[in-house]
Write a protein that binds this ligand. Structure first.
Ligand code: GN1
Ligand code: MG
Length: 364
């Protein structure tokens, strides 16, 4: 897409912009994001994002979810006298036709939202204080949405964190073996399969209502929180998967990236080490917000949720590898296999730390 096509697209939104430049932004695995710089220098900048409609099959429904949740949070911020509302919740710009997206000639869906000035994305956390604030931000996000009726939201990706359905997809990818990658990876496959009975218990507890359904974020990687330059959290972003889910998904997924010192695709497995101090700070920060609404069953399973999310993610990466790399963006041949191995190693590290992790939650 050239610059004039980009400005044509941006012009379909209900805002007048003097575009100065446009550049790719961030490193999400699913959508494509661009920063739209505007003039004069003090005018707000925007983020233009192409939603991946092969993965999000109902983009209008997803954008409706996002509008409902951001409006709900915005109303609360206004009611409590928050002065910087636009820095504490995402602001999506409607199109001139009133929809929350515009289409290009190829049928892609584009959205526009306000760039939050003075924000920072972090890919890993070294300081426990930062983990504590990140956890409070995620806990607070769940709490802000706790009184929003779940039936108002659609499932933007059905069965997104449903371990039973993810396991089914994994087994199907093994049976089909379209890329001929199964025979070389029997050991990894076994490591995932061996844990299936324990791991699918989370879904069984949701099915029999031992665990409650809430509105959750479902993609609580550390890079989905914005910080300011003083390390204060500003707001939770990447709301595509906000939908009914378990609070355990959010806690577990955060520890999946935060508790691991190494990147998600670290090829040197020896570098995958669990950062207990970060985990402890995160658990304390999360409980300081969430203890008020979590059930004892949820609290008892916070440590387990970390192993669950690592298992599920390992299985998702492996499924994609066996399917011939169709889902996640990959940067090189075998990238999904490297991610799988790193994720399984992290799962083993979490298993080695199981007792310590449970003790920390009990103390919190
Ligand atoms: C994807 O797009 P991104 O990078 O925020 C994925 C998450 C995975 C994550 C793994 C919609 O998130 O579920 O945990 O990659 N999002 C979707 O890094 O599948
Ligand atoms: Mg993201």
């Amino acid at each position: 897409m050239n610059n004039s096509q980009f400005s044509e697209l941006v012009n379909k939104f209900d805002v007048i912009l003097n575009i100065k430049g446009l550049a790719p932004f961030g490193n999400g695995h699913i959508n494509d994001t661009y920063l739209v710089k505007t003039a004069p220098a003090d005018a707000p900048d925007y983020m233009l994002q192409r939603k991946n409609h092969k993965i999000f099959k109902d983009v209008p429904g997803m954008m409706k979810n996002i509008l409902i949740t951001t409006s709900h949070i915005r109303n609360k911020l206004v009611a409590t006298g928050e002065k910087e509302v636009n820095r504490k919740v995402m602001t999506y710009i409607p199109a001139k036709d009133g929809q929350m997206f515009v289409n290009d000639n190829e049928g892609n869906f584009w959205t526009l939202f306000l760039y939050i000035t003075g924000c920072r994305v972090v890919e890993s956390i070294q300081k426990p204080e930062q983990a504590f604030s990140a956890a409070r931000a995620f806990g607070h996000f769940q709490q802000q949405l706790a009184d929003l009726p779940g039936e108002k939201l659609i499932e933007t990706i059905p069965n997104f964190h449903n371990g039973i359905s993810r396991l089914f997809d994994f087994q199907l990818s093994i049976l089909k073996d379209v890329a001929g990658r199964v025979s070389d990876n029997q050991l990894l496959i076994a490591k995932i399969t061996d844990r299936a009975v324990e791991m699918t218990s989370l879904q069984r507890w949701l099915d029999d209502k031992t665990l409650p359904l809430r509105i959750t974020h479902n993609d609580t990687k550390i890079n989905n929180i914005l910080f300011d330059h003083e390390n204060n959290t500003l707001c939770v972003i990447d709301l595509d998967t906000v939908m009914p889910g378990s609070a355990l998904y959010d806690f577990g997924d955060a520890i999946r990236t935060l508790g691991n010192i190494a990147p998600e695709d670290e090829p040197d497995l020896a570098k995958i080490v669990f950062n207990k101090d970060i985990y402890e700070a995160f658990a304390q920060g999360y409980l300081s917000e969430a203890k008020a609404f979590l059930t004892p069953m949820e609290i008892d399973n916070l440590a387990f949720s970390c192993r669950y999310m690592a298992w599920e993610q390992a299985m998702r990466f492996m499924t994609d590898y066996l399917n011939g790399d169709l889902y996640y963006k990959t940067e090189y041949q075998g990238h999904n296999l490297v991610r799988t191995k790193a994720q399984i190693r992290y799962l083993e590290v979490l298993e080695e730390n199981k007792e310590a992790m449970e003790k920390i939650v009990k103390a919190g």
